[in-house]
Design a protein around this ligand. Sequence first.
Ligand code: FES
Length: 96
Amino acid sequence: MFPLLLQTAIRAHDSTTIHSERTRLIEISEKVGASITYGCREGECGTCMMRIVSGMEHMSERSVLEDQVLQENMAGRNHRLACQAQVLGGDIIVKA
Ligand code: FES
């Protein structure tokens, strides 16, 4: 999958999608039609793990559960679960 740029104002399919602060990555991706593979949507399976290419400073802190699942999947510091990580505002580039 190519890197995906998620912006406060997202242009996709000739329309602009505005997302509010503290929106989960998976919800933003769905709004712009990007296909993210997911399973439980509850932060337990790790299927939706993504790498934050840039914009980590715009992301929420990891919860204890998210941190545990990422560690179990040997994820790096720049990985997040799309169903758990929230965008606080600003531009994010992610790669599934
Ligand atoms: S879909 Fe299972 S952890 Fe995100």
